[in-house]
Design a protein around this ligand. Structure first.
Ligand code: MRU
Length: 347
């Protein structure tokens, strides 16, 4: 019997409350963070109470809609609402879903505002629609992904692209979950993914469903590939350019290079909302640099000698020539990516 994944948010319609499962505290504590107030929303995205590109997008949509309702009640001007939107967009620069979610809600708001109808209600309707779009996309892309998973495959994944991050069935983990429930008996190696260790969330999500998972440090991936232990690599993405270059958690590029050397298929799984509809190549994707403290500490405890410096690029870009295919809700896109992506996005 298929288990439901743990979703990252609860929206309480009657009170207009936005609750987020605090992903910083999982897997040990299940605590809910109230992100209804605008400052708390900004904090929750910046500090990764909520994380993962599709989840950030859905939360940004609800958060912007709630803030619009508040501002409309206060009689605030359009300029004030748009300044808030800019603050929201600045919280995390790489995941394009944040832009997508917030801007779609803003578009719905503006249209109703110009038509002098209930603009706060229109914004909330769009936030609900976006959530449903993400749920559907997760599910559909996971089904499409079944075709690339051989029976008994040993799959390496990086970071966390399950229900918590993808706000639905999962993207990379959605493909793995679908394969598990289809009886394909996949086994998973989950990269720990320093410095934020999102691989622990992957291990947690897979373990809840009795999907065999082994946690590894990312430095072990070359060894595992060389020993013939990996049949397939599948990861999520945070932003995909029109030529297929894909930004994902730092270390994904290393895996793609290793997979290419070892002739192992390397797939990205992402909904169409993760595609950047104007950026033509990965060179133009903004990379978030986070605080060096995240590298100098482990779970909040300092482990580096005092005075040592660190850098913390949070994402890297995998060039499309290293990608075997991108699994989306419209099927698996393959090279030439300019053509397959354009057809999926614009036709
Ligand atoms: O910094 P994070 O934890 O938000 O980064 C998340 C990732 O890189 C995920 O792999 C990506 O968002 C895909 S989520 C389905």
């Amino acid at each position: 019997m298929e288990k439901a994944g743990l979703l990252p948010l609860r929206f309480v319609e009657e009170s207009g409350t936005l609750l987020l499962i605090d992903q910083r505290k999982l897997p040990f504590q299940e605590e809910w963070f109230d992100a209804t107030a605008f400052d708390d929303l900004l904090f929750s995205i910046k500090e990764m109470v909520v994380r993962g590109a599709p989840s950030i997008g859905v939360v940004a949509g609800y958060g912007h809609a709630l803030n619009i309702a508040r501002r409309v009640r206060q009689g605030a001007s359009l300029q004030v609402i748009e300044a808030d939107l800019e603050s929201l967009l600045a919280t995390r620069p790489t995941a394009v879903n944040l832009q997508y979610g917030a801007r779609q809600v803003h578009k719905a708001f503006l249209q109703a505002f110009q038509e002098k109808s209930d603009s706060a209600a229109a914004a909330l309707v769009e936030a609900h629609r976006l959530y449903q779009e993400v749920l559907d996309a997760n599910y559909q892309l996971s089904r499409h992904g079944l075709s690339i998973v051989p029976k008994g495959a040993s799959i390496l994944t990086h970071c966390n692209a399950g229900p918590l991050a993808a706000c639905g069935y999962g993207t990379a983990l959605g493909v793995i979950r679908a394969a598990h429930y289809a009886g394909l008996e996949p086994q998973v190696f989950a990269d720990e993914t320093r410095p934020r260790n999102q691989g622990r969330l992957t291990a947690f999500e897979l373990q809840r469903e009795d999907i065999p998972v082994t946690l590894v440090c990312e430095s072990m991936s070359g060894f595992l590939m060389k020993c013939g232990k990996i049949d397939l690599v599948v990861t999520g993405a945070d932003r995909i350019a029109l030529n297929g270059d894909s930004a994902n958690k730092i270390g994904t590029y290393n895996l793609a290079v290793l997979a290419s050397f070892h002739k192992i298929p390397f797939f990205i799984a992402a909904p169409l909302s993760t595609f950047d509809r104007v950026t033509t190549s990965g060179e133009a994707i903004p990379i978030e640099f986070r605080a060096e403290e995240e590298v100098l500490t482990f779970d909040g405890a300092r482990h580096a000698p005092p005075g040592v410096k660190a850098i913390n690029p949070s994402f890297d870009v995998t060039p499309s020539e290293l990608i075997s295919g991108i699994i989306t809700e419209k099927g698996i896109l393959r090279a030439p990516f300019e053509e397959s992506i354009a057809a999926a996005l614009f036709c």
